[in-house]
Design a protein around this ligand. Structure first.
Ligand SMILES: *[C@@H]1O[C@H](CO)[C@@H](O)[C@H](O)[C@H]1NC(C)=O
Ligand SMILES: *[C@@H]1O[C@H](CO)[C@@H](O)[C@H](O)[C@H]1NC(C)=O
Ligand SMILES: *[C@@H]1O[C@H](CO)[C@@H](O)[C@H](O)[C@H]1NC(C)=O
Length: 353
């Protein structure tokens, strides 16, 4: 089972726009004067942000190993000096075989000098049917020895592997200067660790109407929303996050989800959504979910609502999650410092077609 540890995000002003930085980053800033360098290294791992709006990227530092494959490297310096250009290891995930390759000195054919390059390749494809195609979401991680965590940012885009394109990767995964600086915790005692996890996006068989998942996995994720009282923003939509084989996001309407001709005052609305491009055409997921608004004052009075419903053709949740009055009442602790914490616990019970 995959364990994801959600860490709180903080709001920092940067260049006329607000961006969210994860707390671990902030720790780096506080504990290491050379923070800029470290910041750079993590930003390097960050997916390019095209959206100028405030983003609510859940950032993962996880205790658990990346769920699929890990390479621990000892005597890294010897390796750097050796003529070995790359090394790799194969593993199985999602019913396919994969090869994880690391270029400790960068892939020079692709301008990767002074960086470490990482690649994921699908292998043993001769056993696959002609015209095979595998869609997958994958993420690379690096082990931080200081904080004892795997660090990686989630890229939720689905990549297509097929016979013309069997390999995907990141040429400039991390620069060697940042990597070699022991303060950053990546290379400690000449040892380092890299991980990769692969989620194959399933396409369910057409013959099936409903497939029940035997032991559903419960996922948990949370977001911090800032500026919720003073805002004039009508809705907050988080980035998609990958859980299991699907991509999820949360929609939060601090003034209620308003429909022309059917306005309801004094409500807040919260919905869960699944990206239906990660589903096979026309299918839906039967999901049991609980949306929780956290009490950050006494920490004991969380408010939650649950439902079991089919997701895939638009968000589902609660238009009238709570009254705006109750939400804003400082006594309840749902909004502290103009921020609120919303978490979701959910499990996929089956696929409906
Ligand atoms: C994995 O990749 C390496 C380097 O490209 C290659 O030498 C090795 O044969 C590959 N392994 C498999 C099982 O294809
Ligand atoms: C580094 O290695 C030494 C000896 O092998 C060991 O005692 C020490 O605990 C290691 N430090 C870390 C941070 O792993
Ligand atoms: C996919 O979701 C979007 C909204 O999230 C919806 O408009 C669209 O109809 C859905 N597609 C299918 C095939 O259900």
């Amino acid at each position: 089972m995959m364990t994801l540890v959600f860490k709180q995000l903080l709001l920092l002003p940067c260049q006329n726009q607000l961006c969210l930085l994860p707390i671990p980053l902030l720790f780096r800033q506080m504990f290491h004067p050379k923070a800029e360098l470290q910041l750079k290294s993590l930003l390097l791992l960050r997916p390019r942000l095209s959206n100028p709006l405030p983003l609510f990227l859940p950032y993962y530092m996880r205790d658990a190993l990346p769920s699929h494959h890990l390479l621990k490297i000892k005597s890294f310096s010897t390796l750097l000096k050796s003529p070995i250009e790359k090394f790799s290891n194969d593993f199985k995930a999602g019913g396919y075989e994969w090869n994880f390759t690391i270029y400790p000195n960068g892939d020079k054919n692709k301008d990767g000098e002074n960086y470490i390059s990482v690649y994921l390749e699908i292998v043993e494809t001769s056993n696959l049917p002609a015209g095979w195609e595998v869609n997958a979401i994958f993420n690379f991680f690096i082990f931080d020895h200081i904080r004892d965590k795997y660090v990686g940012l989630q890229d939720t885009t689905v990549k297509r592997f097929h016979f013309m394109k069997t390999q995907w990767g990141v040429v400039k995964f991390i620069d060697l200067e940042t990597f070699n600086n022991p303060c950053n915790g990546y290379l400690v005692n000449d040892t380092c660790g890299f991980g990769v996890e692969v989620f194959v996006v399933k396409t369910t068989s057409k013959a099936q109407c409903f497939s029940l998942i035997n032991k559903p996995v419960t996922y948990q994720v949370g977001w911090v929303f800032s500026n919720v009282i003073k805002t004039t923003v009508e809705r907050y939509i988080t980035e998609y996050s990958v859980f299991g084989d699907y991509k999820w996001r949360l929609l939060f309407f601090p003034k209620g989800y308003q429909v022309e001709g059917n306005k309801i005052n004094n409500i807040i609305s919260i919905f869960l959504d699944v990206d239906n491009s990660t589903l096979s055409a026309g299918s839906k997921l039967l999901v049991h979910f609980t949306i929780r608004l956290e009490d950050k004052k006494k920490n004991s009075n969380h408010f939650e609502r649950s439902d079991t419903t089919a997701l895939g053709s638009g968000a589902r949740g609660f238009r009238n999650f709570m009254s705006e009055t109750k939400f804003k009442d400082p006594e309840n602790g749902f909004v502290v410092d103009d921020k609120c914490h919303i978490s979701v616990e959910f499990e996929v019970l089956g696929v409906v077609k």
